[in-house]
Design a protein around this ligand. Structure first.
Ligand code: ATP
Length: 632
């Protein structure tokens, strides 16, 4: 079914005109250019030893015993292949003689036994090598995967706003998948290389002339495989942006949590159309390369075939003209077949290795990029309770935006204070809370905690002192207990967990779950229990309270709560305010009554501040917004 065939459902009404296709996602910046686009063929092939070396080093670090076993098996394979061919040559001599069959067989028997034993050794070595690979690969893949997850979790939040960062991440994910094939490709490659060397050695002894011809017969296939891999990679690179967005849309469309919105708002038709259209665009790019790949295949097969015919013709000519005795011709046939099979394996696995190396290089370069974006701020530490947080002429602009989100803002927050931040959508409230916590660093001006500039402070001494309930909070598919304690060192005492749960009025709800605090909060997983939106929000608040932070920031903390829950949260805030700085971002202006001070933001600046009574009495934005909230 094509995108055109997918008619967006409009509640039974005829769908016209056709919906717009998905937007084009192309990056013009630094990452918009395929890094291999201008690289020569020789330079591409020269990568192979470093790829093999890199894989060997990674594997060595992972499981030395398995790597040693793998190497031993490879050497054994080579030796056994050589023995097999030499014994074949020895067996052929009596076999092609003129004595009675029984005598010929009898004379060839010892050599044939050696052939059989060597073949068995090759089989056994190959089985053991597969076993060693099976031990290395899962660990290697997990290592790569964990390294990627960790790197992504650590980067500065601002990195995600950089042009192409998210797509480089998507490309790195493909690198992790490719890691699964890396050891197998390297194993096949080295085994074939060793087998080929052994067979070529025997063949060289028999008739050196055949070897270059064989090489010529196989090399075009290798060239073709590498050229095809390059075309595939170029297509992959061009598709990364689209695939990334398609993956996200797939998640949003199929995630049960958003299922109600998708169904009741009649989005299914358009979403399927959109998904199909984007997939077709990706397919079009992929299919566009098919004729080129076919041409490469044709030309290289033709060349390879030509040289293969030359090899067999040469062998025939040698036999017919008596330049080689018949027994040796028979061995040469076996040797040619062996070298040919091994050579083909070498080029195919070398091309596969090369292909994987392109994606692994993406993974490594993303890990480097992520490491470069990890917070490196300084070694200063914030000690003791946080008494004062000060912002001095702070300016912050998101990458790619023309104007600043926070524009020359100065503010002092003191321990024991509850400060409410209000303002219209987009006025910079959430950005301000990110600057205060040091999630973002100011472009100009500075933010200090107890006089320590966050730009020079180790985040490890700052973030453990924060408790943040963001506007969009996570609903972790973990047990209820972990949903409260996540981010804190593990304790075996549930009393503080219940205390935090009690503070947000969730004790009865969690008590009622099948396994209490041990209940898995994930509807879609086996044995999981789902909470309501407001209950999840209460749990997010309890997570921040459990941390007993020096700085508590609540960004729209009660937007999904019933009045009882909301009342409880704000009463609770007053009770614990003495030990910390509390910041509440809210549009529910009535809730700001609890605050000692209210800050009104407009266009990234503070335009008013004071107590609730003072601001109500004034004729500024706060009074206007409050009047609007009551005007029904
Ligand atoms: N991650 C981001 N990347 C780029 N621009 C952003 C990002 N987050 C916010 N902005 C921009 O910064 C400005 C301030 O946004 P911010 O989220 O701080 O406003 P807010 O006052 O919290 O709004 P709301 O009341 O809607 O939550 C807005 O113009 C917004 O478009």
């Amino acid at each position: 079914m094509t995108a055109d065939a997918v008619v967006p459902a409009q509640g039974g009404r005829a769908a016209a005109p056709p919906p717009p296709p998905p937007a084009d996602f192309t990056f013009q910046g630094h990452f918009g250019k395929n890094p291999l686009g201008g690289v020569s063929f020789r330079a591409l092939c020269a990568r192979l030893p470093s790829v093999l070396g890199g894989t060997a080093r990674m594997a060595w670090r992972t499981d030395r015993a398995a790597v040693a076993l793998l190497l031993a098996c490879q050497v054994l394979t080579g030796l056994a292949s050589g023995v097999q061919l030499t014994a074949t040559a020895r067996a052929m001599r009596p076999l092609v003689g003129t004595a009675p069959v029984a005598d010929r067989l009898h004379a060839a028997l010892p050599a044939l036994v050696v052939v059989a034993a060597a073949a068995a050794a090759v089989r056994a070595a190959s089985a053991l090598a597969a076993y060693a690979d099976g031990r290395i690969t899962p660990k290697l893949t997990t290592q790569a995967d964990v390294a990627l997850v960790e790197a992504v979790c650590r980067v500065e939040a601002g990195a995600w706003s950089e042009d192409g960062f998210s797509d480089r991440h998507e490309a790195a994910e493909v690198g992790v998948v490719r890691t699964q094939m890396m050891v197998q490709d390297a194993r096949t490659f080295t085994a074939a290389l060793i087998r080929m060397a052994a067979a070529a050695g025997v063949l060289t002894v028999l008739k050196p002339l055949l070897l270059p011809l064989l090489l010529l017969a196989v090399l075009p296939a290798g060239l073709g495989a590498v050229l095809t891999a390059r075309v595939d990679y170029a297509t992959h690179y061009a598709n990364v942006g689209d695939r990334n967005v398609r993956g996200m849309m797939r998640w949003w469309s199929t995630e049960p949590r958003y299922g109600d919105e998708v169904r009741a708002n009649g989005m299914t038709g358009y979403l399927v159309y959109w998904y199909t259209a984007l997939s077709e665009r990706i397919d079009r790019r992929t299919l566009a390369t098919a004729p080129r790949k076919l041409r490469i295949d044709f030309v290289t097969s033709l060349l390879g075939g030509f040289f293969l015919v030359c090899t067999w013709a040469t062998l025939g000519w040698l036999a017919v003209t008596g330049r080689v005795e018949l027994a040796l011709v028979a061995t040469a046939v076996v040797a040619v077949q062996t070298v040919l099979a091994a050579l083909s394996q070498v080029v195919v696995s070398a091309a596969a290795l090369f292909h994987s190396s392109l994606y692994l290089a993406d993974m490594r370069s993303f890990l480097d990029l992520a490491a470069a974006r990890a917070p490196v701020r300084g070694i200063l530490t914030v000690d003791g309770p946080v008494e004062e947080i000060r912002l001095e002429d702070v300016v912050f602009r998101y990458p790619g935006k023309t104007g600043p989100a926070v524009d020359g803002l100065s503010l002092t927050l003191r321990r024991g204070e509850i400060v409410a931040i209000v303002g219209e959508n987009g006025s910079g409230k959430s950005t301000l809370s990110r600057l205060i916590t040091g999630i973002y660093l100011a472009d100009a001006g500075r933010v200090t905690w107890n006089g320590v500039d966050l730009a020079a402070a180790d985040p490890g001494s700052v973030w453990p002192r924060c408790g943040l309930v963001p506007q969009i909070f996570a609903q972790w598919p973990l047990r209820a207990r972990e949903n409260v304690t996540l981010g804190q060192p593990r304790t075996h005492d549930d009393a503080p967990v219940w205390e935090a749960v009690e503070a947000v009025g969730m004790r009865d709800t969690l008590d009622g779950l099948p396994l209490g605090l041990d209940t898995l909060l994930a509807r879609e997983l086996w044995g999981g229990s789902e909470l309501s939106g407001g209950q999840w929000q209460r749990l997010a608040c309890s997570r921040a309270l459990y941390r007993k932070p020096d700085l508590l920031i609540l960004d729209e903390p009660t937007s999904q709560m019933d009045p009882r829950g909301e009342h409880r949260i704000f009463e609770g805030l007053k009770a614990i305010a003495g030990d910390r700085i509390t910041l509440v971002v809210t549009h529910q202006l009535e809730n700001t009554r609890v605050a000692d001070r209210i800050i009104v933001m407009d266009g990234g600046r503070i335009t008013e501040q004071g107590t609730f009574a003072e601001l109500v009495a004034g004729d500024g934005l706060f009074a206007e917004l409050l009047a609007l909230s009551k005007d029904r």
